[in-house]
Design a protein around this ligand. Structure first.
Ligand code: NAD
Length: 495
């Protein structure tokens, strides 16, 4: 069993309190994956101090050199992909192909952002005056506090740490307690890739104590947070009051529209993987399916049949389609939402209970659950459940479907299955989400494009790549005017 420590100023260290907590396998609660340092405020102080002291040196390290470290990190991740993917499955519960996919996302991000070390471009534009030049350049922001959830325990840290570093920031990283071992292994990769001491610091511990103290720490310049809306909103308020930059990526109530002309085979497959992939624990999970009334009965039959064939189990076993949910509190929350759905009058079409057969008796398993005849105002159609529960809603028309999809407080991702090119264009224009998929499920991001949502799904700038993606989040613009006329400024203004 691994002893998982903090990483501060280039050293693996215990929490000052000497206390620890356990990270366990959600597929088998008896299996402890790591004994983790339980940090407090003093550990955060140390980590922030180390990041502050390292900032000058790192800021002045040429960006191409910073990028080379990310390239090496991507190479090391690639070499260790198998072991890291298996660790993810053991610590977080997702099935192995998804664990490997998560590591691949970090590899892709590393290679992509390594290249940014040689770009990081600004603009040069003509000046209004002769003998003057003007440009904007990207500069780092300072010490970044990065707070991550458990559902993509290597990819999301990579989405934040890589761009923060290539832009010249130093980092204090606070991962979810549920996936502390994955976080430590990811930091080990960056250490092996050659980061100098203090540039990246890792502090394990609870969100309420360690995370919140980090967010409000006077020596931190900016925060990037991914997690639930309730936590994110709370942190936005803290940062607003102390004039601190914060970027939040939060929950979703994503929906697939299935139109009457849809290819139902594709739509059913999309609803299965969008709804039950990662056991429904993706921010982009398709927790609602809005089906045109003409194909509603046919869709329900096929969707229920396909979902009933999904096999629950330990994600390391080849035959497993759906793993456990992450922890006891999520397990209870999901089962509670299933009760809410029943009380609201939705029709339970499949699942609806904990699953304890065979080797699932020691884990947090919940049957893939489908509710039919859900109305758009029900809580199960409005609130993020974050588990294997899908609400199917009947739509009278295309317009009605769009209205239903837009009728929640979230706005992360949406999708439409249709063969009508005009309808797909209107959906692309009118769906109020940060990401829209056409004839594909609501999941699956590519790192060379910006990622993020609107409304309660996101605040501030975006993650990942492309224009407006990570570089805009982790750097700021500085504008330079250089006058080489040698003339008095007033004389030039009066020209
Ligand atoms: P969470 O909000 O409970 O925790 C997220 C992180 O914040 C954890 O590291 C946690 O320790 C920390 N935290 C909790 N309370 C804190 C506080 N008071 N101050 C500072 N930090 C605190 O979320 P979770 O359960 O880990 O993750 C699931 C949520 O994340 C879902 O809502 C999901 O939709 C969302 N998510 C969003 C995206 C996205 O990109 N939009 C991606 C993945 C997950």
């Amino acid at each position: 069993m691994e002893q998982i420590k903090n990483y501060i100023r280039g050293k693996w260290v215990d929490a000052k309190s000497g206390e620890t907590f356990q990270s366990i396998n959600p597929a088998n609660k008896d299996e402890v994956i790591g004994i983790v340092s339980k940090s407090g405020r003093k550990d955060v102080d140390e980590a922030v101090k180390a990041a502050r002291e390292a900032y000058e040196g790192w800021r002045l390290t040429p960006a191409p050199r910073r990028g080379e470290i990310l390239f090496r990190a991507a190479e090391i991740l690639l070499k260790n992909k198998d072991a890291l993917g298996k660790l993810e499955t053991r610590e977080m519960g997702k099935v192995l192909p998804e664990g490997l996919g998560d590591v691949q996302e970090a590899i892709d991000m590393g290679y992509y952002l390594a290249g940014e070390g040689r770009r990081l471009s600004g603009e040069t534009v003509p000046s209004e005056l002769p003998s003057k030049d003007t440009k904007s350049i990207r500069v780092p922001i300072g010490v970044f506090g990065l707070i991550t959830p458990w559902n993509f325990p290597i990819a999301i840290p990579a989405w934040k740490i890589f761009p923060a570093l290539v832009c010249g920031n130093t980092v204090v990283f606070k991962p979810s307690s549920d996936t502390s071992v994955c976080a430590a292994k990811f930091v080990e990769v960056l250490v092996e890739a050659g980061l100098s001491k203090g540039v990246l610091n890792l502090v394990h511990g609870s969100g309420g104590e360690v995370g919140e103290y980090l967010v409000s720490h006077p020596e931190v310049n900016a925060i990037s947070f991914t997690g639930s809306f309730d936590t994110g909103k709370h942190l936005e308020a803290i940062c607003g009051a102390i004039h601190r930059i914060i970027v939040t990526e939060m929950g979703g109530k994503n929906a697939i529209i299935v139109m009457d002309d849809a290819n139902l085979d594709l739509a059913v497959e999309g609803a299965i993987w969008g709804g039950f992939g990662t056991t429904g624990q993706r921010c982009t999970a398709a927790s609602r399916v809005v089906v045109h009334q003409k194909v509603y009965p046919a869709f329900i039959d096929r969707f229920r049949a396909a979902a009933s064939r999904l096999r629950l189990g330990d994600g390391l076993q080849k035959e497993t389609d759906v793993g456990p949910v992450i922890n006891e509190s999520q397990f209870n929350k999901i089962l509670n939402y299933i009760e809410i759905g029943k009380k609201e009058g939705a029709t339970l079409l499949l699942g609806g209970k904990a699953y304890r057969e065979g080797n699932c008796s020691k884990g947090y398993f919940i049957e893939p659950t489908i509710f039919g005849e859900v109305t758009p105002d029900m809580r199960i159609a409005q609130e993020e459940i974050f588990g294997p529960v899908v609400s199917v809603i009947r739509a009278k028309s295309f317009e009605d479907a769009i209205r239903t999809v837009n009728g929640t407080s979230y706005g992360l991702s949406s999708s439409i299955y249709t063969q009508d090119v005009n309808k797909s264009a209107v959906a692309e224009r009118d769906l109020e989400t940060g990401i829209v998929y056409i004839n594909a499920s609501t999941i699956g991001a590519e790192i060379q494009l910006p990622f993020g949502g609107i409304k309660q799904s996101g605040y501030g700038r975006k993650e990942a790549g492309g224009r407006g993606g990570a570089l805009d989040t982790y750097s700021r613009w500085k504008v330079i005017y250089r006058d080489f006329s040698g003339k008095l400024q007033k004389a030039q203004i009066d020209k």
